[in-house]
Design a protein around this ligand. Sequence first.
Ligand code: URA
Length: 189
Amino acid sequence: MDWASLKESCNNCKRCALWETRTNVVFGAGNEKAEVLFIGEGPGEQEDLSGQPFVGRAGKLLDDMLSIIDLDRTNIYIANMVKCRPPHNRDPLGIEKDECITWLREQTRLINPKIIVCLGRISAMAIIREDFKISVEHGQWTEKNGIKMTALYHPAALLRDPRRKPETFDDLKEIQRVIKEICEHTYNK
Ligand code: URA
C-alpha cells in the first residue's frame, strides 16, 4: 500500500466501534521520510476535532520537548497507536488496539524509521514490550527489527507531574545523541 491508499483506507476505517463516536480519524502527521517516529497513545478531544495528533496541551509540551533537541514536526513523524478518540478519553480497549495497530504497522513500513520513540507507558507496552515499566525503563534503548526504540514519559504525564521533567530532559539529550550517531538527514535538511 502507498501513502495515499493507506490514508484513504484508514480515514474510512470501521474495524472497531470507535468510528461511531469519532469526529475525525487522526492518521498521523509529519515527515513521511523521517528517520525518527514518535508514537503516542491515541487522540484526545482537540485531536479528534482537528484530525491532527498532539494539538492540545500535551501537544504544546511535546513541541517544547522537541525543540530542546532541535526537532520539530517537519523532521520527524508523529503517529498514535489508536487513530480514533475513545469516548471520554478512556484507555483504548484491547480490541481497539489490536485492530488499529495494523495501520501503525503500515505507516512504520512506509516510513522505515531508524528510531522509534514511544510516548508513554501504553505505547511502550504495545511497541517495545508488554511488561515495559516506564518509571524504570524510560530513556533505555532496545533494538527490534533493526529499529532502535526508546520511550519517554508521556507529555500529559509530565503536565500532571512536572518533577519528572529533569529525567525527561536527560532522555531527550540521549535521543539527540543517538540521532546524531545513526541518522543521516534529520539534522541536515
Ligand atoms: N495524547 C496522545 O497520546 N496522542 C495525541 O495525539 C494527543 C494526546
